[in-house]
Design a protein around this ligand. Structure first.
Ligand code: PMP
Length: 301
């Protein structure tokens, strides 16, 4: 097996302690933290790199450049390393130090931007660099690159259909670029228009659920199309943290904050879902990404 083959085909965990057995409502989490570099973004990174190579946009003379809050950068670096491509990543300086070190360990060049400007500042810096020297770079632009959501359309969603033996009734996922939500929703609704798909969104544009954006911050740019969603499910940062800790304690699943938020959204759905519902959500990344933050601390579980 090579690194590229170690992306996808992740297990689907039944989150028994979160389900509602009295009404036969089951909740499942797609174990995306078990991809080769530890997150759901491995799928998108592999797809965008292979698409760039196929279309002749990524060659050995060029450097892959993009902005990232962490997971996509790690994924680009992990996929590009065995293929022999250079990677340059812009990110806000407040991205955790373990993520920066991880990317550098995989050979990527990391450039830190003003944390006050967030991921948008990092994106603008990449745009300026690409515009000043377009021939030197391959800029996948994960927010607009259709290979991103297609990786979930062809991969994640079909795996979920197979793993639930076609019984999935509800899907819910948060949106960073929205690749996971858009790709899965498009495929699931094509498979069975009765499947209800919801976008999890932080309860405010200013939140602590790393890796996802408030839905109103996603409409300006990119392929996010909220009209395909059956509804928004809001989750507070506090609930996301608490649920991530429950996932670890009760299920042995050591995941990040957005995974906690997704499972909290699935629990909200479960409260009103019809008897026999099969709700699927995404466990986006590993809890190891947050060891230096406040998610895991003494006595806070
Ligand atoms: N959770 C985390 C931790 C992420 O890093 C991301 C991607 N930024 C997401 C969720 C959302 O993934 P997507 O870009 O496919 O919407």
């Amino acid at each position: 097996m090579n690194v590229l083959e170690a992306v996808g085909n992740t297990p689907l965990f039944e989150l028994k302690s979160f389900g509602m057995p009295e009404r036969g409502v089951r909740i499942f989490g797609k174990g995306e933290f078990l991809n080769i570099s530890g997150s759901v973004k491995d799928r998108a990174a592999r797809a965008m790199i292979l698409d760039g190579i196929e279309r002749g946009l990524l060659t050995k003379e060029k450097t892959l450049i993009d902005s990232t809050s962490g997971n996509t950068g790690i994924a680009y670096a992990a996929i590009a390393a065995p293929l022999g491509y250079r990677v340059k990543l812009y990110m806000p300086a407040n991205v955790t130090v373990e993520r920066q070190k991880y990317m550098r360990a995989l050979g990527a060049q990391v450039i830190l931007t003003d944390p006050m400007e967030g991921i948008d500042g990092a994106y603008s810096a990449v745009r300026r660099e690409v515009d000043s020297d377009p021939d030197s770079y391959f800029f996948p632009d994960q927010y607009t690159n259709d290979a991103n959501w297609r990786a979930h359309y062809t991969g994640t969603a079909n795996e979920i259909i197979e793993q639930t033996e076609g019984k999935i009734t509800h899907f819910v996922a948060g949106t960073g670029t929205s690749g996971t939500f858009m790709g899965c929703t498009r495929r699931l609704k094509e498979y069975d228009p009765e499947i209800k798909c919801f976008n999890m969104t932080p309860d405010s544009p200013f939140h602590g659920i790393e890796g996802v954006k408030h839905c109103t911050c996603l409409t300006r740019h990119g392929f996010f199309d909220e009209s395909i969603s059956d509804g928004r499910i809001e989750v507070t940062t506090e609930t996301a943290y608490a649920t991530a800790r429950q996932l670890a304690r009760r299920e042995g699943l050591f995941t990040g904050i957005s995974s906690g938020a997704n499972v909290a959204a699935a629990c909200k759905l479960a409260e009103t879902a019809p008897e026999g519902s099969v709700i699927v959500t995404v466990l986006c990344d590993s809890g190891c990404r947050y060891l230096s933050g406040i998610l895991w601390g003494d006595g806070n579980a």
